[in-house]
Design a protein around this ligand. Structure first.
Ligand code: ADP
Length: 510
């Protein structure tokens, strides 16, 4: 990459998409940077180009090969906490797909085929405007796209919350400009593209998740038919140690499919960081002390841990589920257990639990004041109370050691537990920024020592995290990079994404 071949590439891109869809001014570069990063200059793009159709995407990919210019595909670029719109490799051209906004809903079968630019709000509005009784599953910050979020294995709160698992059929532009449809879509005109995931032969959908093997231009997804009812409980627990038995109570209910969404057990800072700022509680540096924790809990009337569980379906079923869950918690030290109930015909409940997009949780980036930043740290562990307690204690000690405020949750998957931490910081505090980098590396080392890997990470740490998946001297990385070199010999699609580098750029690996 040199300034001259970038310039020539941008001129060629403009001939495809029009000059007004090529963005290479200072403000454009700033707009496509990651404003929540520790140091956004490390991953600054050189420009962005925004095609409006799959044919334009194909033309741009071919030109990127001719000019040897790396592209970083984004859907809406709202992957906050993990890099936003910014590329791993500084100087890449962001391929902004947010102008591609087609939505095709199959109401009867409960599926949708979206283009990358379709945001959660767009799809929500579409369903509302057309009175379609299908519910979304949305992430806590729903600014992003349905496709980009599913491709990065984002999660939501309903029983359809494992978004990648609900993908059914992709359309992908490969690095040479070829176009492929996965699953049943491989048969031209198949009515089963969004209905039957495997198709025939190997299935490729997951190959394009968290990867840089292609550019997804259409994504099929299953949606939840509006249930007759949604019942559940909001639980509060008093002590840090309650985490262990709560996990051991929830795990069998998840395994047996009695609870079908992933309850997320989170600590007191989740509420406080969204609703207030740190200076309202204390002016002391270092991790918050117990007196502040007590004050926060009192003000919001919450436990050390809180968790919401929800059951979806016919009222007969959800009421039976509520009885089974109540029985499971009987005899345990529950601080509070508040029932939640919505039945079809009630006014909309309006939260992510019913698939309504929200953005207010992003207010937590203001916690420290200054320009707010945050990055996610999310190792996966087995769903066992003793292991969760051990994870909590080790991680909590690291927060204390690095003087950071503990912000974590444990999300119960069907067979695993994801410990999602949001590390909040003030980008204008140079000491804190330097500390957070050391803190993050210490956290990854700590998890790796237990042989826990992260499910997702920020662009700055993709090599670090990919490196922790080390079986047989990093055999998975070798496989990924053989595939990368076969599909994308010039390395034009998202070099470095998920620690996968094309041959010519491998020396860039951190
Ligand atoms: P969102 O706006 O939904 O939060 P992003 O556009 O920020 O999602 O993308 C999240 C991640 O997924 C990024 O790392 C991006 O490179 C990748 N990604 C997003 N859309 C595509 C796509 N259409 N094809 C391939 N990779 C994509």
């Amino acid at each position: 990459m040199t300034p001259s071949n970038t310039k020539a590439a941008l001129t060629a891109f403009a001939a495809v998409v029009g000059a007004d869809a090529v963005f290479d001014g200072e403000e454009d570069r700033a707009a496509y940077s990651d404003h929540f990063a520790l140091d956004e200059t490390r991953h600054a793009p050189i420009a962005a180009v925004a095609p409006a159709s799959v044919e334009e995407v194909r033309a741009i990919v071919r030109l990127a090969n001719a000019h040897k210019v790396p592209l970083w595909p984004i859907s809406r670029g709202k992957n906050f906490g993990y890099g936003g719109a910014a590329p791993v490799l500084k100087g890449s051209v962001v391929l902004d797909l947010s102008r591609m906004k087609k939505i095709e809903v199959d109401v009867e079968n409960g599926t949708v085929l979206v283009e990358p630019g379709v945001g959660f709000y767009d799809l929500y509005d579409h369903l509302q405007a057309n009175k379609i009784s299908l519910w979304l599953s949305v992430p806590g910050n729903s600014w992003g796209s349905v496709a980009g979020n599913a491709l990065d294995r984002g999660v939501g709160y309903t029983s359809y919350g494992d978004h990648a698992a609900r993908i059914c059929g992709l359309e992908v532009v490969l690095a040479d400009g070829d176009i492929v449809r996965t699953g049943a879509g491989a048969m031209d005109g198949s009515p089963n593209w969004q209905l039957y995931k495997p198709g025939f032969g190997p299935s490729w959908d997951t190959m394009f998740c968290q990867s840089n093997f292609g550019i997804v231009t259409k994504l099929g997804l299953w949606l939840m038919p509006e249930p007759e009812s949604m019942l559940g409980f909001d639980f509060e627990f008093d002590k840090p140690e309650d985490l262990g038995w709560v996990i051991d109570t929830l795990a069998p209910l998840r395994r047996e499919g009695i609870i079908q969404q992933a309850p997320s057990i989170g600590n007191w800072l989740r509420a406080a960081a969204v609703m207030t700022t740190r200076d309202q509680w204390t002016d002391k540096p270092g991790a918050l002390d117990d007196s502040v924790v007590t004050a926060i809990r009192k003000k919001f009337d919450i436990g050390w841990w809180s968790v919401q569980t929800r059951f979806y379906g016919p009222l007969d079923l959800t009421e039976a589920t509520a009885r089974i869950v109540t029985r499971a918690f009987n005899g345990n030290p529950v601080l509070a257990m508040k029932p939640a109930r919505w039945v079809r015909g009630d006014k909309p409940e309006g939260s992510p639990m019913t698939g309504v997009p929200v953005t207010f949780p992003l207010a937590n980036a203001n916690w420290h004041g200054g320009r707010g930043g945050h990055i996610g740290y999310s190792p996966v562990l087995p769903p066992r109370g003793d292991l969760a307690m051990d994870q909590f204690k080790r991680t909590y000690a690291l927060y204390q050691q690095f003087g950071m405020d503990y912000h974590a949750s444990f999300a119960m998957g069907e067979r695993s537990l994801t410990n999602v931490n949001q590390i909040l910081f003030d980008k204008d505090d140079a000491d804190m920024v330097a500390r957070v980098d050391r803190f993050f590396r210490a956290l990854v080392a700590d998890a790796s020592a237990k042989r826990y890997g992260e499910y997702r990470t920020h662009i700055e740490y993709m090599d670090l995290v990919a490196g922790s998946y080390d079986y047989n001297d990093h055999a998975l990385r070798r496989l990924n990079e053989r595939v990368k070199d076969a599909l994308d010999p010039n390395g034009v699609i998202a070099p470095g994404k998920s620690g996968i580098w094309p041959a010519a750029l491998r020396e860039k690996r951190a």
